[in-house]
Design a protein around this ligand. Structure first.
Ligand code: SAH
Ligand code: SF4
Ligand code: F3S
Length: 454
């Protein structure tokens, strides 16, 4: 940390050790991989602990207060680690806290060497050289005009059978509770040909399943042949890539669920029958206050249409409880919506006021009521998830074997519905898609037996 003007701490060998810690959403997971690739070109080798690292990057999340505060406690822990090991390290803060708090991070934690917002990762090598040259703490949180993705290196390898691929960034929706439009900026879609090229490289290096990512991935409208492409068009083209067995996308907004995307779910086998479609609340009053621009019934009708196209689709969502002004009736409306939709899984959160967002100044619901409502929503979601899990018993489904299980001779895999499935299988079979008869259902996983010949 104190190494910013201290060239004597430069390691003798050319290889330096980089530890990246990722918080928050899948887009951060993707960005962390890309940062590690960029820095690999500069001689940094990735390690999985900060203990011997020369450079630590915290790729942070600002979505709720707790997420943002974790960064400061981790920075404190790193300072302690540095003292204990008696060797300095450089520390950088990346991601959405970096974007939202910028210089404030350095004021609060002066040992931080660099702060870099999510749109500026391609500038990391320059920032590190500036540190080497003793130029002092580096902070970049502007939204540069250039595309961060095309400047990142073309070396892109999948680390396993499943991979993430960011196709869209930013958000223009401005839900009244959310920091994303401020931390990730305006919506931007990558050109289709860059995405297809990256997808092919991922498949060549072992990916069988690719999840297309975006804060509003179904608002994708990137430049393609013959004009802008929709997400549906992109998915159709990706489905032609030899060796790519499965395609997913996340996260979607209900208002961008277009007819062609719904139709794609019925027509493209490689598009997996799973959809994360956050609704946030079942109350029209609260949805309006949240600036969601849809109501509970339009969401119900949308789900009906999606199920018509793909009857077995598994649905997931996000819910916020305790939004300012939420009454018991509003909360009951949310419980009713959960019952109506029957989610296969879903996330739920207590509303957390975020600096700079419109909802933050409003009178807050008490912590006790928030906790009570969260428990109620989680119970309702738990019931519908259990029903979905139990209905899988006796079914035979294709499972992509992607990692070792807890026990010897056991593999874990993914069902089409994004469930974890454990089964007895040789670890050599990683990357294979096998047919599995489901025999057990647990809260967050299934168990089964492989019926595909070895
Ligand atoms: N772009 C996605 C998700 C963005 S953030 C979408 O439109 O749905 C992921 C989830 O975090 C949101 O869906 C929301 O449920 C939750 N979230 C966002 N801001 C929050 C806040 N201030 N307090 C609590 N939960 C929040
Ligand atoms: Fe946030 Fe709303 Fe944009 Fe989702 S759609 S990222 S919740 S502002
Ligand atoms: Fe968090 Fe930023 Fe993702 S705030 S959820 S890391 S877009």
């Amino acid at each position: 940390m104190s190494a910013r003007t201290d060239t004597a701490t430069k390691p003798e060998s050319q290889t330096r050790k980089l530890y990246v810690k990722t918080y928050g959403c899948q887009m951060n997971v993707y960005d962390s991989e890309r940062m590690a690739e960029t820095l690999a070109d500069q001689g940094y080798e990735s390690v999985d602990s900060p203990d011997h690292a020369d450079l630590v990057l915290l790729n942070t999340c600002h979505i709720r207060e707790k997420a943002a505060e974790k960064v400061y406690s981790d920075l404190g822990r790193l300072r302690k680690l540095e003292k204990e090991r008696g060797k300095s390290m450089q520390v950088g803060v990346a991601g959405c806290v970096a974007q939202a708090e910028g210089e404030e991070i350095v004021r609060r934690m002066p040992q931080v060497d660099l702060v870099v917002g999510p749109q500026a990762y391609h500038r990391l090598p320059d920032m590190l050289s500036a540190l080497e040259d003793g130029k002092g703490t580096q902070v970049i949180t502007d939204f540069p005009v250039e595309d961060k993705f095309s400047d990142l290196p073309a070396t892109r390898k999948s680390s396993g059978p499943t991979a993430f691929l960011t196709v869209q960034e930013g958000c223009d929706k401005f839900c009244a509770f959310c920091v994303v439009p401020y931390t990730r900026g305006a919506e931007y879609s990558r050109p289709a040909k860059h995405i297809l090229a990256e997808a092919s490289r991922l498949v060549e290096s072992g990916a069988r399943e690719i999840t297309l990512l975006g804060q509003n991935v179904n608002a994708y409208h990137g430049e393609g042949t013959g004009g802008d492409w929709t997400l549906a068009r992109l998915v159709r083209e990706m489905a032609e890539i030899d060796g790519l067995a499965r395609i997913r996308y996340t996260t979607s907004h209900p208002n961008d669920m277009s007819d062609d995307l719904i139709a794609a779910h019925g027509e493209i086998d490689r598009l997996m029958p799973f959809l994360h479609l956050p609704v946030q609340s079942g109350s029209d009053r609260i949805l309006k206050a949240m600036n969601r621009k849809h109501d509970a019934d339009s969401y119900r009708r949308l789900i009906d249409r999606i199920r018509e196209a793909r009857p077995d689709i598994a649905l997931s969502g996000d819910f916020i409880v305790g939004y300012p002004g939420e009454t018991d009736e509003d909360y009951e409306d949310t419980l009713r919506l959960i019952k109506d939709i029957q989610y296969a899984q879903a996330f739920s959160f207590k509303y957390s006021p975020r600096p700079g967002t419109p909802a933050t100044g409003a009178e807050q619901i008490s912590e006790d009521i928030k906790a009570e409502r969260l428990a109620g929503v989680q119970e309702a979601l738990g019931k519908s998830q259990a029903a979905f899990q139990n209905a899988c018993i006796g079914q035979t489904m294709p499972v992509l074997l992607d990692r070792h299980g807890k026990f010897a001779g056991q593999m874990m895999g993914r069902s089409p519905y994004l469930q974890n499935v454990h089964l007895p299988a040789d670890t050599e079979r990683r990357g294979e898609i096998v047919m599995v008869k489901i025999t057990e259902a647990h809260k967050n996983s299934l168990g089964g037996e492989c019926i595909t010949a070895p």
